[in-house]
Design a protein around this ligand. Structure first.
Ligand code: HEM
Ligand code: HEM
Length: 186
């Protein structure tokens, strides 16, 4: 694997913690229930309790990740995840051109991979934030219908996470395979 200075040990540890919890969140959501209704099994309510606990934990992990990224000014960690300037976007365009030539972009910093990972990060941050807001805001404070909208938005954006995860893991696997093939050729 390529050597990356900005994706260090602590970033790896936090990444794997939130990644595993997010996979649990996506799976638990298939069976959990947050209200007692006829036919709802008690274990599905317990599953929802874990969804709340892990969800709030993910929110704080992502917040810690973001603050740490912001503090790594010398490694320009923000430039990797959010390349929204001329220099950053020129690397993204260069990667797209490489892809159009049926070659895999392979840079240590920024480019298309950084842009997509940054967008995925923001998506997850939004999902975790909406879930946490739904949990902590009292219904009589903002009204039941707005609270319901927050839950609906949480569910809507959470569905997009499946696509991000599929693309992200898919890209990881493609890189592993291509790395192996090129090593065997040497
Ligand atoms: C939904 C859960 C996940 C999210 C939100 C997520 C998010 C991210 C982010 C934001 C980065 C950039 C890290 C940085 O530069 O600091 C990253 C990198 C990475 N992720 Fe994930 N990830 C998730 C799940 C996974 C899973 C399940 C795998 C395993 C296949 C994986 C493999 C990787 C790898 C290998 C990198 C480094 C990529 C590189 O070399 O540029 N991630 N991920
Ligand atoms: C990154 C963190 C989280 C992820 C990935 C996530 C994911 C999901 C998913 C995939 C769904 C189901 C969507 C659907 O069926 O259309 C869902 C539903 C829900 N989530 Fe989360 N969630 C997270 C955090 C939270 C947090 C912190 C809370 C706070 C309590 C929460 C509360 C809920 C509620 C109330 C529902 C609807 C459950 C129902 O109607 O029975 N989530 N979540």
């Amino acid at each position: 694997m390529k050597k990356q200075t900005h994706y260090d040990v602590l970033a790896h540890v936090i990444h794997w913690l939130f990644a595993l919890m997010i996979i649990f969140q996506l799976l638990s959501a298939q069976w959990m229930h947050h209200k007692i209704k006829p036919g709802v099994e008690p274990w599905t309510l317990k599953l929802f309790l874990f969804h709340e606990i892990f969800g709030v934990t993910v929110f704080f992990l992502l917040l810690a990740y973001l603050l740490r990224a912001a503090s790594l000014v010398e490694k320009d960690k923000f430039g990797h995840l959010f390349p929204y300037n001329k220099k950053g976007l020129s690397l993204v365009i260069a990667d797209i051109k490489t892809l159009c030539r049926c070659r895999l972009p392979d840079r240590d910093f920024g480019g298309l991979a950084g842009l997509i990972q940054g967008l995925g990060f923001l998506l997850l941050f939004l999902v975790a934030l909406l879930g946490t807001l739904w949990l902590v805001i009292p219904a009589n404070y903002i009204g039941a219908s707005l609270l319901h909208d927050i839950k609906e938005l949480h569910e809507f954006f959470a569905q997009i996470v499946w696509y991000y995860l599929a693309g992200h893991v898919g890209m990881f696997l493609i890189h592993v395979i291509v790395d192996k093939i090129s090593k065997n050729k040497k």
